[in-house]
Design a protein around this ligand. Structure first.
Ligand SMILES: [Fe+2]
Length: 433
């Protein structure tokens, strides 16, 4: 195998080790449903193997199905998450055996494909990018499930660099066009394509995500009790949900506590706020006299290099994220303190856009002009419309393989079990522009 294929083989091993680490638990914990929002962990485990079988073995490799009778059980479109515990899914031992059997044949396909050939699944080893990213995304989902389980001691924590606070609060992005989306990133999904010119008026965007200290001030100021800050749908959600703070927060006297992977701890005031839904982010922004950035504003501030007139893969350039640039890949089980990554700043000087928390944007999940679904409609196309808001940048739980400046995530505006936060923006006045 050449270097390119060796690198892919190493990525396959790394992501599988991650999935197996998150499912190294008692069977009971794996088969139980911890929230109607989530699948049992053992479903995710077999599903990533089934997806790998469908796409790498059958579609790209032309290999006869190993277990066609289980396809239906692991088709995310046929069974909503809440119904998955009642399906006759594979048990933990069987699931591990099945995904290991699939993986045993995957390297043969990797060996056989021609990454320079005409088959779009083989070209640049796209189909391997598809399954590696897919498995990392499920690993992040499994972490959200483990957080909801409130079971202590299952998720590894780690060290992160300290925060820093020097610098402006917000960054000015001058008016002008930039290239949104990509036609050059080989593993980009269909919804990130094609690259297209977007001309934006001047705006300001926060240098850092909104932190817990600022968010607590919104709560203390009665932000959850004042319908002025909320959209009608957001206010309806606020009343129905009885939410008074981010998910997993509780108040004890004057101190905010949170439960993080089963352990209570005081909320660190210097971290980006996490586990807020779109309605909360939007209400906070209005309270602060600001608004959420559009997806285009977010991407320009993150990836555009105005002096080179080109888009970068990451805020700092095209080099891989090192430990000094971003908090990705579950180094620790939390976002890093604000200002921890000055070396990860974008060309405009905006920090912590990649990693730490997924950032809600103002935008609905819609196709770019010229969108073509690939390799299947259910990846993106069926989600376009009014139901989902776009999140950008990846969280601490996202892997570098599944994050870039053009990467788009989407979710319902009420969701907050995900590792979601936000930053604010505002339009420049005519004098500033
Ligand atoms: Fe999936």
């Amino acid at each position: 195998m050449n270097d390119f294929k060796e690198r892919i083989a190493a990525e396959l091993v790394a992501v599988r080790n991650r999935s197996l680490a998150y499912t190294e638990a008692e069977d009971d914990l794996l088969v139980r449903q911890h929230s109607p929002l989530m699948s049992p962990l053992v479903w995710d485990l077999a599903h990533v193997g089934n997806y790998e079988e469908l796409w790498v073995l059958r579609e790209a490799g032309g290999i006869t199905p190993l277990r066609p009778e289980i396809d239906d059980l692991y088709d995310a479109f046929k069974h909503p998450r809440k119904d998955r515990p009642s399906l006759p899914i594979l048990g933990p031992g069987e699931a591990r055996h099945y995904i290991g059997g699939v993986r045993g044949r995957v390297l043969d396909v990797l060996d056989a494909i021609d990454p320079d050939g005409p088959d779009p699944l083989h070209r640049d080893a796209f189909v391997f990018g598809l399954v590696i990213q897919h498995e990392h995304q499920h690993d992040e989902t499994m972490l959200a499930t483990l957080q909801l389980s409130r079971e202590p001691g299952l998720v590894r924590d780690g060290d992160l660099p300290p925060g820093g606070s020097a610098g402006a609060e917000e960054v000015f992005v001058p008016a002008g066009p930039f290239l949104m989306g990509t036609g050059t990133q080989p593993w980009a999904y269909d919804n990130e394509r094609p690259a297209h010119r977007v001309d934006l008026p001047a705006y300001w965007i926060d240098r850092l995500p909104v932190g817990n200290l600022a968010y607590a001030a919104f709560i203390d100021d009665g932000g959850y009790d004042d319908p002025r800050w909320w959209t009608p749908e957001g206010w309806h959600w606020r009343q129905e949900s009885h939410a008074r703070a981010p998910l997993f927060w509780t108040r004890d006297g004057g101190t905010w506590w949170r439960t993080r992977f089963g352990r209570p701890e005081p909320v660190p005031m210097d971290e980006p706020v996490q586990h807020v839904c779109w309605y909360e982010a939007d209400a906070y922004a209005r309270w602060a006299g600001r608004r959420l950035p559009t997806e285009a504003e977010w991407e320009k501030a993150c990836g555009w290099d105005p002096s080179a007139g080109r888009a970068r893969k990451y805020p700092w350039g095209d080099d891989d994220p090192g430990p000094g640039r971003a908090n990705l890949g579950h180094r620790a089980a939390r976002p890093a303190p604000l200002g921890a990554f000055p070396a990860g700043a974008s060309a405009y000087g905006v920090e912590q856009m990649i990693g730490d928390v997924w950032e809600w944007t103002a935008s609905l999940f819609l196709p770019y002009p010229g969108f073509r679904s690939f390799p299947y409609r259910e990846y993106s196309e069926v989600f376009f419309g009014k139901d989902y808001r776009v999140l950008r940048g990846g969280s601490w739980a996202a892997d570098p393989a599944a994050v870039r400046t053009t990467f788009r995530n989407w979710d319902h505006p009420i969701r907050r079990q995900i590792f979601s936060g936000f930053r604010c923006a505002r339009s420049a006045t005519p004098e500033q522009a």
